[in-house]
Design a protein around this ligand. Structure first.
Ligand SMILES: Nc1ncnc2c1ncn2[C@@H]1O[C@H](COP(=O)(O)OP(=O)(O)OP(=O)(O)O)[C@@H](O)[C@H]1O
Length: 611
């Protein structure tokens, strides 16, 4: 007896998509045979009662496509965007959303395949990684990841807003702090996703601000970029800015230009200006936007009440109070963090900084998620400037992981999904994942996490995957992919193999040393420049004293002994200054040299960057 379940597929892309899903779930020859029919204009897939288990595996995937009574008549639509989420009064602390971009015509023409399936209803992303066995037969390894939302290429920017930032806007009016990050490799759609969000959010913000309770608030907009470990104002001709901690241990970006904006058009104009500043730069060295993090901030500020009595001279007017704040962060291309062994030193340093900031960001979000008392925001400049977004009961974070559908990007896509997965994994099984028996939130915990994330020295791994987090080998043909399962089981990956060919403890130690050096160089670079600046100010003071001395010595009856003595002192100060600066410069140069040598040595044998 046959009890048929029939699905109609007319559009070729839909059909290929369906077959890939079915193929990836099938343990049954009949379905494999049906899949082979995909050359036909439409396909009927017959499932009978003997396919009981299979059907239960396949049906969630099939539910993505509407069953048709007459399959030949109507094309089956692609899965649509989910309905916008209702405004949630208390959005979750962390929300991790994945968005797949469409494959472009150009990518199709060059033979690239779409290897990513989004199962909207299960909020699951399935990456079909093509692999080749030792005997050269091809097979597909599948990786499934479940997130708070998985958005396919059909999802609009408006739907993305409703599922991410939209629910956070209301919280800004009750002292909320929010941040929304776009993470992903270059070209995965971060800017496409991120740039409409502030505009759309501002429309909602202005609607709230029109209400009587909020009429006294101002929307204040600023925008800056973190490039390497320097901060530049994107709304003030890319002026370099300094970061300082004020008396209340608040991190402030000194001199950042802020604009009070009255309407959405004003916000749009500032976004356009910042995008222009980001793409045109003073030096060609920093023209690549994918190597920098751009941060747009909205602060809702309440002006202070008018003083009852006029301010006295020298008395400072009270500052406006920040009621709510949201940051939109378009992160540097995640693959740039892997540039730590590039030929060019500048690229290596920038890569190290990007890697460091993305790691620190992940740790901060995890700390926020686990209500840790200690948030390691000092781990990088990026997290330092976003400190006030991470701290406090009202802090909310949305991470949008952008992925490309292309087969040629599969490794980066998997890295992005693993990163996003780890951002939120503590929520699933805090107890199980606590490394080394220490409690989330203390320093030992973070040290343990950092160690746990580092691949252990181990047997040689294939060169291409050396040190990367690769999925553990798994059964791919039997029993489906366990869509409801824990991502960690499927894809989070354990230590991916440690040092590659010729690796082992030595290679691992070298890579550790290289990491340390990179950290120290990034820090020392800032110290060196600050020291130089301070010395220059000292020199100018010495010069002023010298000039005064010269004027004095030219006067009739001046005492030459006093001139000689003071001049000797001044020369001593100058000499000491030069020696100190030279010593710092030599130490720094030695580190650069050591790093240069290490990067060449480690290049082939050591693990890649930590993720
Ligand atoms: N969801 C989408 N729908 C349609 N086109 C998209 C989508 N996402 C991205 N694109 C297109 O893909 C291309 C790359 O996107 P985008 O520039 O946003 O990537 P990116 O991750 O910001 O890259 P980079 O880090 O280099 O700045 C652009 O042409 C963009 O228009």
């Amino acid at each position: 007896m046959s009890d048929y379940a029939t699905y109609g597929v007319v559009d070729l892309e839909d059909k290929q998509r369906l077959f890939r899903l079915i193929k990836s779930l099938a343990a049954n020859k009949a379905l494999e045979a049906a899949a082979a029919q995909q050359q036909k204009p439409h396909a009927l897939i017959d499932l009978d009662e003997n396919d009981g288990d299979l059907l239960s595996d396949v049906s969630p995937a099939l539910q993505q496509l509407s069953p048709l009574s007459n399959p030949k008549a109507v094309p089956v639509p692609l899965p649509q965007a989910q309905a916008p989420a209702a405004v949630n009064d208390d959005p979750p602390k962390i929300r991790v959303v994945v968005r797949k971009r469409p494959i472009s015509k150009k990518e199709r023409e060059r033979g690239d395949d779409d290897v990513v399936d989004v199962l909207n209803k299960q909020n699951t992303v399935v990456v079909n990684e093509e692999k080749v066995k030792v005997d050269l037969t091809k097979y597909v390894e599948r990786h499934a990841f479940k997130f708070d939302e998985a958005l396919d290429e059909g999802v609009t920017n408006e739907a993305v807003y409703q599922l991410t930032v939209g629910p956070l806007v209301r919280t800004l009016f009750r002292n909320g702090r929010a941040s929304c990050f776009a993470y992903g490799q270059t070209g995965s759609g971060k800017t496409y996703t991120m740039s409409p969000l502030p505009i759309r959010a501002s429309a909602d913000i202005f609607t709230y601000m029109a209400q009587a309770a909020h009429r006294d608030l101002n929307l204040v907009v600023s925008c800056f970029e973190i490039y390497g470990n320097k901060v530049f104002d994107l709304l003030n001709q890319r002026k370099k800015l300094n970061i300082l901690e004020d008396g209340k241990r608040q991190v402030v970006v000194v001199g950042l230009k802020e604009f009070v904006v009255d309407d959405v058009e004003g916000v749009k104009a500032l976004i356009e200006e910042s995008a222009k500043q980001r793409s045109t730069s003073a030096t060609s060295a920093n023209s690549d936007s994918s190597r920098s993090h751009s941060i747009m901030q909205f602060a809702l500020k309440k002006p202070p009440p008018a003083p009852a009595v006029p301010l006295r001279r020298g008395e400072e007017a009270p500052e406006p109070r920040i009621v709510g704040k949201i940051s939109f962060i378009d992160l540097a291309g995640s693959e740039r963090g892997a540039d730590t062994y590039d030929n060019n030193r500048q690229t290596r340093l920038e890569g190290a900084e990007i890697n460091k900031s993305l790691l620190a960001l992940k740790e901060c979000i995890r700390a926020l998620d686990s209500d840790a008392r200690h948030v390691p925001f000092r781990g990088s400049k990026l997290t330092a400037v976003l400190r006030d977004s991470f701290v406090g009961a009202e802090a909310r974070t949305v991470m949008i992981a952008n992925i490309s559908p292309c087969s040629t990007s599969v490794e980066h896509t998997l890295n992005t999904l693993r990163y996003a997965d780890r951002v939120k994994e503590l929520r699933k099984d805090k107890a199980d994942r606590t490394p080394g028996g220490v409690t989330p939130g203390d320093d030992a915990y973070y040290a343990a996490v950092a160690r746990a994330e580092r691949p252990e020295p181990g047997p040689a791994a294939p060169a291409a995957d050396a040190g990367r987090y690769v999925s553990p080998p798994k059964q791919v043909h039997q029993g489906g992919i366990g869509l409801g399962g824990n991502n960690a089981n499927i894809a989070a990956g354990g230590g991916g193999g440690g040092a590659g060919a010729g690796g082992g403890d030595d290679a691992f130690a070298l890579a550790e040393r290289h990491d340390e050096l990179m950290d120290s160089i990034l820090l020392e670079e800032e110290n060196l420049v600050a020291f130089h600046r301070a010395k220059l100010e000292e020199d100018m003071e010495t010069m002023r004293q010298e000039m005064a001395l010269l004027q004095e010595v030219d006067k009739p009856g001046s005492e030459i002994d006093s001139y000689v003595e003071q001049m000797t002192q001044l020369l001593g100060i100058k000499r000491q200054g030069i020696q100190d600066l030279q010593a710092k410069l030599d130490t720094f140069k030695a580190k650069l040299k050591e790093e240069e040598m290490l990067s060449r040595t480690v290049h082939k044998i050591a693990p890649g960057p930590r993720r």
